[in-house]
Design a protein around this ligand. Structure first.
Ligand code: ATP
Ligand code: MG
Length: 562
């Protein structure tokens, strides 16, 4: 049995439960699976939400069912339409769709109220006048039950007080409506939980219609049931709330009985996944906005260069296990690298350029060489790149004094291949008055033209990338590192702002990219050969003023199984 459970877990325990539920004799036998995603519109979606999205929408997809999008605006806090639109855009970008089933939790306030009245009439809820301080004091502990002197007040009295609460007769916190469940329960959520409280606050959609608001634990199951949700999938912190979820469903006359199933929240190292903390980063200017490419938000990842496929693959592989898990950021990068390795066009770009002069190539002459667009996709074809006497190469592809095992350019060093073009050999260099190298000198072998190893010649030196200084274009490149130095800045009690990495952004200007990039549109992605995967910045890049974000480096720091 234990082994069976393990097998189910690894297969996806949620899918296994659902298969049982809709199968012969199951509680939803023959019914269409119906899930929902209920974000609170108080921030942008982050990679943790992607896990929930992939579970909610992905499960519906798998079973040929439906998934609703519901804004959880039960709390009358400041909600922003900016967030509502951003959430919708992000979900569509990931490739999920809610069809015409877009809802707001607040649309059900009238129903919530009716169900609360129903509970009072059944003797299952009462108006309680404990002050917040008394409430805490009477809460009891594991050995002492909670108390409320108002528990047995007559139904008529509660009905009258509840109506007057709604009518605005009482100030905030003067009284609450509590479900009458079990003051001695070992689960504190069942100790006559508050289901309505007084808040004289404006609601972004309901205006000033209400001054009492339902608690999430009461409103959420009702919303699910009214929408005909069969499976309410949520993160693990709601596990202890499930008995209350079921109690509400069992005791008010809703038309259906959804089943709540919990899964572990996703954590990722070197970042924080909480809207409150992400908002603090934005509001205090530690990042340029919710879509800063260092942010773990969907809009940040998108701007950085992440593809929907890479994120969905990541969530798929992370799985739905019940045990809390922190996944290395490097694994997210691994999934992106894997996707872009297949799809991204290869181009040459020199990020930290130094001049290379081919001294035996005639001045004023120029030619074109042919390079492949993507060796993984021959169908993507080839393109022409110009070559001349004056080129740019990476400064670190040259050393005046070689170190052991250095296989690139140094005076009288090995022959090196200029990618797609000729073999060259370094003959010397020039410096400025401070001794800094300003120009590398080399000769080329006119007989060696062609892509390696088209001429069949093997050389000891490396193949290095280059751009033609006559035709190349200047670009700005933004290189990113972890936003947080500390691997676990999200840990409870830690000052996450003190964990920020001061070097998470490096801006390089005067980078040289090949002419083919002249038509780059915002959000286009490339592999800069030997360097990494880059994405034209969707806000700042335009033809004539190119700005690239490093999505991920070529080097893989992720070791599977570690
Ligand atoms: P935050 O702390 O970031 O505000 P939240 O849970 O309050 O998170 P909601 O907008 O209420 O955010 O979340 C919508 C859904 O996304 C919920 O069902 C929640 O369980 C799920 N979710 C949020 N964060 C994660 C996470 N890190 N991993 C998995 N699911 C998550
Ligand atoms: Mg929340």
């Amino acid at each position: 049995m234990a082994e069976e459970i393990k097998a189910v877990e690894s297969q996806n325990f949620i899918h296994a439960f659902i298969t049982e539920d809709i199968g012969p004799g199951g509680q939803y036998e023959g019914m269409q699976v119906h899930t929902r995603f209920p974000p609170e519109p108080n921030g942008y979606l982050h990679i943790g939400h992607c896990k929930a999205l992939c579970i909610d929408f992905g499960t519906a997809e798998k079973f040929g069912g439906l998934c609703n999008l519901r804004m959880d605006d039960t709390n009358p806090t400041k909600e922003d339409v900016e967030f509502v639109h951003a959430i919708q855009e992000d979900i569509h970008w990931l490739g999920f769709d809610w069809g015409d089933r877009f809802f707001y939790g607040s649309d059900y306030f009238e129903k919530d109220y009716e169900f609360a009245v129903e509970l009072i009439k059944k003797g299952l809820a009462y108006v309680c006048e404990l002050t917040p301080e008394q409430f805490a004091e009477y809460r009891g502990d594991t050995t002492t039950p909670a108390r409320s002197p108002y528990r047995d007040r007559p139904i008529e009295e509660s009905l009258d007080l509840f109506a007057r609460m709604r009518a605005g007769e009482f100030p905030d916190n003067a009284m609450t409506l509590r479900a009458k469940i079990d003051l001695a329960s070992g689960n504190f959520n069942m100790r006559d939980p508050v289901i309505y409280r007084i808040r004289h606050m404006h609601h972004h959609r309901q205006g000033d219609k209400w001054c009492i608001y339902p608690m999430y634990d009461f409103a959420h199951p009702i919303q699910d049931a009214l929408e005909g949700i069969t499976h309410s999938l949520c993160s693990l912190e709601f596990e202890n709330h499930r008995p209350l979820y079921n109690w509400v469903i069992d005791n008010v006359s809703v038309p259906s009985h959804p089943r709540q199933i919990e899964f572990a929240r996703l954590g990722i190292d070197h970042t924080v996944l909480s809207k409150r903390k992400l908002r603090a980063l934005v509001e205090n200017g530690y990042v340029s906005g919710w879509d800063d490419p260092r942010m773990p938000t969907l809009c940040g990842l998108r701007r950085r260069g992440y593809t929907p496929a890479s994120i969905r693959n990541f969530c798929e592989r992370v799985g739905v296990a019940k045990s809390p898990n922190t996944i290395p950021y490097a694994f997210l990068e691994f999934c992106l690298r894997e996707d872009l390795n297949e799809s991204a066009q290869r181009v040459m770009a020199v990020l930290k350029p130094i001049k290379l002069t081919i001294t035996n190539y005639p001045e004023g002459q120029s030619e074109t060489v042919t390079v492949e667009n993507n060796p993984n996709r021959p169908e993507d074809g080839t393109r022409e790149v110009t070559f001349s006497r004056n080129l740019w190469i990476e400064a670190d592809d040259f050393l005046a004094e070689p170190i052991p095992k250095y296989k690139r350019l140094y005076p009288n060093g090995p022959e090196c291949r200029l990618k797609g073009a000729y073999l060259i050999q370094c003959t010397g260099y020039n410096t400025d008055e401070n001794g800094n190298v300003t120009e590398v000198l080399a000769t080329y072998d006119p007989e060696s033209r062609g892509g390696d190893p088209a001429d069949g010649r093997k050389v000891k030196g490396a193949t290095i990338h280059w751009v033609d200084s006559e035709t190349c274009i200047d670009a700005e490149v933004r290189q990113y590192d972890n936003l947080f130095d500390d691997p676990d800045p999200d840990a409870a009690g830690k000052d996450f702002l003190a964990c920020l990495n001061p070097n998470s952004l490096e801006v390089l200007t005067g980078c040289k990219v090949e002419a083919a990039l002249g038509n780059t549109q915002p959000a286009d992605r490339f592999q800069f050969m030997r360097v990494g995967y880059f994405c034209a910045d969707s806000k700042d890049s335009k033809p004539g003023n190119l700005v690239f974000n490093r999505a991920v480096s070529l080097k893989d720091s992720f070791k599977p199984g570690k």
